[in-house]
Design a protein around this ligand. Structure first.
Ligand SMILES: Cc1cc2nc3c(=O)[nH]c(=O)nc-3n(C[C@H](O)[C@H](O)[C@H](O)COP(=O)(O)OP(=O)(O)OC[C@H]3O[C@@H](n4cnc5c(N)ncnc54)[C@H](O)[C@@H]3O)c2cc1C
Ligand code: SF4
Length: 505
């Protein structure tokens, strides 16, 4: 018997279940692990070189670690996954292939329905173990188009996994959610603890050199300093627990010009590759709380991000695919503006966050949601184009997490199935939560006129244009009510100036 175990690029797990399964059936000498680097996948979009270098370096390190443990590993570069696997089978002649279900819808379809015929051998696809919902699904048979709230999904998860739950079943501290405590702005002159950086070894340096030659890629990886092994990712997590978790909650929504990551964990790139597992992370965070090192609103906020939001978007992806790809509830089609690829705009908030992602491959959640997506909703940018832009540039970007976050939460393009309301705001929100407006050419308090903030023009224009629809959404009521402050003449001015601005994009 000769078994091949195909490990996908984002399944770099400490314990991979296809490998474990193979070892129950055969001796180590009869098992070969195959990993494929697909040239087509690297060029599908204009990806950031840091994203490509991370995936490449992490995969190559994973292969090296398996070899060091005594496994035979076939690490291949191929035009695409299908031809790489076919070449592997031609060279190694396995009698069967074991793999774990992909996190990517299209790839999972191929694994399940086409791989066996293409490779002419039996293919076993084991269930994906990277998410907690594979152990417990709060809503196993969702009703199509019904809205399931993240908050209730999260509570069911917390109860099931017994996370921050008291012996009587109540949530620790008496509340499920401490969001109200988690909306502080960063004090002036405040310096946040830096995130740890990692020195590139020979494998990583080679990956950096390789991505420099990918002609379709954007950005630079020459200053690449991310974790690329499980040990490094664990060190990054330990650093977060020790230095940033305590203030994670209060400054979760804050934004600033000078700090790239504030008190965020910046662990999504490692979790999404499989280097860190969700349960080990929430358990360690809760332990820090129980030992008295961190406040409850921070640990609960962190647990909610992972056990709530992360699991919920995974669940929504599988519930809504493949239809999610083409959703366009607001029927908009403006192309992504040129400045999204350069950051060259007078809007200081947009300039800061776009230049940040072009430099680092990262923005934290509120920058993604309340600056970038807010802009895209208000400007009516085509959802599929926005999704591709995000997919291209972020170091933590994968299909399963991007569609629900961009099409669902960020743009409300799924008609409110993922999130109950469009996350839109005027300059008021950005001004309150950041220091961006102080050094901007535009005035955040001005509703119209030459120096009025474009977010204000677009926001009021959006409310005017969609007044009837938004009025029917209970969560948007207060926003629409504020329209009463605009008389007919002012509405006309706002509409005209918003159109003039939109024509410049
Ligand atoms: C438009 C948009 C695009 C996004 N694209 C991605 C993406 O490509 N990849 C990605 O992992 N996340 C994405 N997110 C979710 C979230 O912004 C990132 O997970 C988070 O910013 C990662 O930084 P962090 O690790 O410092 O997170 P923290 O703020 O420290 O949060 C802890 C962890 O919670 C999880 N998490 C929190 N919110 C979400 C969420 N909405 N969806 C999934 N996981 C969540 C992440 O694993 C994260 O590492 C997106 C959100 C928006 C609004
Ligand atoms: S004034 Fe408007 S464009 Fe300028 S930073 Fe503030 S919100 Fe952004």
């Amino acid at each position: 018997m000769s078994i091949s175990v195909w490990i996908l690029e984002d399944q770099l797990l400490a314990e991979h279940q296809a490998l474990r399964h193979a070892l129950e059936m055969a001796a180590v000498a009869e098992v070969t692990v195959v990993l494929i680097e697909s040239r087509k996948a690297q060029r599908r979009l204009p990806y950031h070189r840091k994203r490509l270098a991370l995936i490449m370096a992490a995969g190559r390190h994973y292969a090296a670690e398996l070899r060091a443990k005594g496994y035979q590993v076939d690490y291949r570069q191929a035009d695409d996954v299908a031809s790489g696997l076919a070449a592997h089978c031609a060279d190694y002649a396995p009698t069967q292939l074991l793999t774990m279900a992909a996190s990517h819808y299209g790839l999972r379809q191929w694994q399940t329905h086409k791989a066996a015929a293409h490779l002419a051998l039996p293919v076993t696809v084991l269930p994906n173990t990277q998410f907690l919902t594979s152990q417990f699904d709060p809503y196993p048979n969702p009703v199509p188009d019904k809205r399931y709230l993240m908050e209730y999904f999260y509570r069911k998860m917390r109860k099931h996994f017994n996370l921050l739950i008291e012996p009587d079943g109540s949530p620790t501290g008496g509340a499920w959610n401490y969001d109200k405590l988690n909306r502080e702005t960063l004090p002036k002159q405040h310096t946040c603890p830096p995130i740890p950086t990692f020195t590139a070894d020979a494998i990583t340096l080679q990956a950096i050199a390789d991505v420099a030659n990918i002609e379709t890629a954007v950005g630079s990886a020459t200053d690449f300093n991310l974790a690329v092994t499980r040990a490094d990712a664990q060190a990054a997590f330990a650093d977060f627990l020790a230095h940033r978790l305590d203030l994670f909650g209060p400054y979760e929504d804050a934004m600033t010009t000078n700090e790239d990551t504030l008190y965020h964990s910046v662990l999504s790139p490692y979790m999404n590759l499989g280097l860190l597992a969700p349960m080990e992370m929430v358990a360690a965070a809760i332990e820090r709380y129980q030992a008295g090192h961190v406040r409850l609103n921070s640990v609960e906020g962190f647990v909610r991000q992972i056990v709530g939001w992360r699991e919920f978007v995974w669940w929504q992806y599988w519930r809504q695919m493949p239809g999610m790809r083409t959703k366009n509830h607001w029927q908009v089609n403006r192309p992504v503006p040129e400045f999204f690829w350069s950051g060259e705009t007078d809007m200081h908030c947009m300039q800061t966050v776009i230049k940040r992602v072009l430099r680092t491959g990262f923005n934290h959640h509120i920058e993604r949601l309340m600056v970038l997506c807010n802009f895209c909703v208000l400007a009516g940018i085509d959802p599929a184009e926005v999704n591709d832009w995000f997919m291209s540039l972020y170091i933590d970007a994968y299909d399963w997490v991007m569609y629900p976050n961009v099409i669902g939460m960020g743009l409300n393009a799924d008609g409110g199935i993922t999130a109950t309301k469009p996350y839109i705001a005027s300059a008021n929100y950005i001004n309150k939560m950041s220091d961006f407006c102080g050094s901007c050419k535009f005035k955040p308090k001005q509703r119209h006129g030459e120096t009025a903030c474009p977010f204000n023009l677009m926001y009021w224009n959006f409310l005017i244009e969609h007044e009837a629809v938004l009025r029917a959404n209970p969560r948007m009521g207060p926003n629409v009510l504020a329209l009463r402050h605009l008389d007919a003449a002012e509405r006309a001015i706002v509409t005209r100036e918003a159109q003039q601005f939109l024509e410049t994009l």
